[in-house]
Write a protein that binds this ligand. Structure first.
Ligand code: RAM
Length: 538
């Protein structure tokens, strides 16, 4: 059969490639099945840590707080067992830290005969607002089911329960919806099992590091720890899945902290195993009930898969994996190259999802061009390592052409800044990617960052994902002190606002910012926000 023949051909070609050290392009079904197998063999066992609540707390509305609430300590958590609760009573437990995991507790009843079930509502919150007020009416754009609440009916007392779902939380609110008026209930032995594949904590930053930076580092590490499950999840509350953009930043931070190389390798193979029919990697992958690809394709995420492979190989020195994944890398470049116009400018097809940042006002043309050129450079380095010299030559030629085209289109020599789109929009995203791609020189980049600081209506980043690339670009053009100041003010701002883990979105001037029309569904432990631990160790 033709297909078998083709597979045979590819297999023998791959074997030949292995012998000569030259990797081949293209992937086939049996190869993808093997990659899935590799990914599944690397699935980690999670470490479990028992965490007990530390306090009973009460939310107080407080306009001076960024999130509009502060938690006041009422009593130590072990006073819970003395608390007699009846219909409409409630209590909020504070675990003193963020965690991803399960909850269990015991419940007993006292009074005249237990003649009715007990109905409890449990609400889990990463931050105070989630347990301070009701979730409903909910107007968010994403499913209401992401909000972490449950109603349970308990028929028999005493009882010990472990809730079946996994939650991401620091606070748990328990409300007694009903019991029989004949009796009251008491809760006891409330305990959480925190899960993570992160392993041993990395050493903290040296004592000479200023306190705020040490706190930022600790929060970054906690963020990464709680997102590290059987894949690098974007957020353990939401979306609980593997996205390329998040993976890349988590992996970089992981190399500087937990150094769990196998988890990155597993994730790279998961993407490789489930490309679209034309070979483009999907933007996200789900794990359950068995791994499958998400239905979204993000142009810049596909490009950044290339960098993620290169970063991994460099950090782990596992070039065998890089060579095995080379066909996937090459295919991303091939697919994306089709969007490069004759004049050397990248033009994503209409309707394609170019992410770059959560900011609707952002003109993404220059930044996307920059991401692609950046990826060309990563692909070039990989091509050399994989013995793919013809591709290396081609990438070099493309780089020269696209860098020159970008200078003409995006660099304004008078303003000494990069611009994007027909309205010559000035944004932080554009500067960051023009620097990281090597399109502007270090000196030009440094000047552009100095200039943009004086332009208040320049388009600011909307989320930590882009703030990371801004900081990274500042470091790349020698503005290390400015990058440090950015980390202190931006991520430090979240620490000062009480973050135990870094948030998916944070705009110091707008506490109500949500890409989903409800801050309740924002994730407050988010992968792409964990990078200060990496940036501070650079
Ligand atoms: C959201 C998630 C995720 C991100 C995508 C693009 O759903 O926050 O982290 O990578 O968008």
């Amino acid at each position: 059969m033709l297909v078998t023949d083709r597979r045979q051909f590819l297999k023998s070609a791959a074997l030949m490639a292995g012998a000569s050290g030259v990797a081949q392009s293209g992937t086939d079904e049996s190869q993808r099945a093997q990659w899935l197998d590799t990914a599944e063999r690397l699935k980690p066992r999670l470490h479990a840590t028992q965490v007990a609540p530390v306090s009973i707390v009460k939310p107080i509305a407080d306009a001076s707080q960024f999130l509009r609430w502060r938690m006041e300590r009422v009593s130590p958590a072990d006073t819970l067992r003395e608390r007699v609760m009846r219909r409409a009573d409630s209590v909020i437990l504070d675990f003193g830290r963020h965690l991803t995991g399960h909850l269990e507790f015991s419940i007993d009843g006292e009074g005249r005969g237990i003649d009715a079930p007990t109905r409890l509502k449990l609400t889990f919150g990463e931050v105070a607002p989630e347990v301070a007020g009701p979730f409903d009416p909910y107007h968010g754009a994403l499913s209401r089911a992401w909000l972490q609440d449950e109603v349970i009916n308990i028929d028999v007392l005493p009882n010990t329960l472990q809730l079946p779902r996994r939650y991401a939380f620091r606070y748990v609110k328990v409300e007694v919806i009903d019991t029989s008026p004949n009796y009251a209930i008491r809760l006891d032995r409330v305990q959480a099992t925190a899960l993570s594949s992160a392993g041993a904590e990395p050493p903290p930053l040296g004592k000479a590091t200023p306190e705020l930076l040490r706190q930022i580092d600790a929060v970054s590490i906690a963020t990464l720890r709680d997102c590290m499950q059987t894949v690098f999840e974007d957020g353990p509350k939401r979306d609980r899945r593997l996205w390329i953009g998040d993976l890349r930043l988590q992996a970089l931070t992981n190399y500087a902290t937990f150094r769990n190389f196998d988890l990155v390798k597993r994730c790279l193979y998961l993407f490789a195993a489930f490309p679209r029919e034309d070979g483009m990697v999907s933007a996200c992958v789900f794990e359950d009930p068995k791994p499958y690809r998400g239905h979204e394709y993000i142009v810049d995420y596909a490009a950044l898969y290339v960098a993620t492979v290169l970063d991994y190989a460099k950090a782990s020195n596992d070039w065998v994996t890089a060579r095995e994944l080379w066909p996937v890398v090459q295919q991303q470049m091939e697919i994306l190259e089709r969007y490069v116009r004759g004049d050397g400018l990248f033009a994503a097809p209409a309707g394609a999802w170019v992410f770059i940042d959560w900011n609707n006002r952002l003109d993404r043309t220059a930044a996307m061009h920059g991401v692609f050129v950046y990826s060309l450079r990563q692909a070039l380095a990989l091509a050399h390592k994989c013995g793919a010299e013809p591709q290396a030559t081609e990438y070099e030629r493309r780089f020269a052409q696209m860098a020159a085209a970008a200078r003409t289109a995006f660099y304004d020599p008078v303003l000494q800044i990069c611009v994007s789109g027909p309205k010559r929009q000035i944004s932080w995203a554009t500067q960051a990617w023009m620097v990281l791609s090597g399109i502007v020189t270090k000196e030009e980049g440094a000047q552009a960052f100095r200039a943009i600081r004086e332009i208040p209506d320049a388009i600011h980043p909307g989320a930590p994902y882009l703030y990371h690339y801004v900081a990274e670009a500042m470091i790349a053009c020698g503005l290390k002190q400015e990058a440090l100041e950015l980390i202190e003010s931006y991520w430090g701002g979240m620490v000062k606002a009480g973050a135990d883990t870094f948030w998916e979105v944070y705009d110091p001037s707008n506490a109500m910012l949500s890409p989903y029309n409800s801050v309740l569904v924002n994730s407050y432990c988010h992968a792409w926000s964990c990078t200060p631990a990496y940036l501070l160790r650079r």
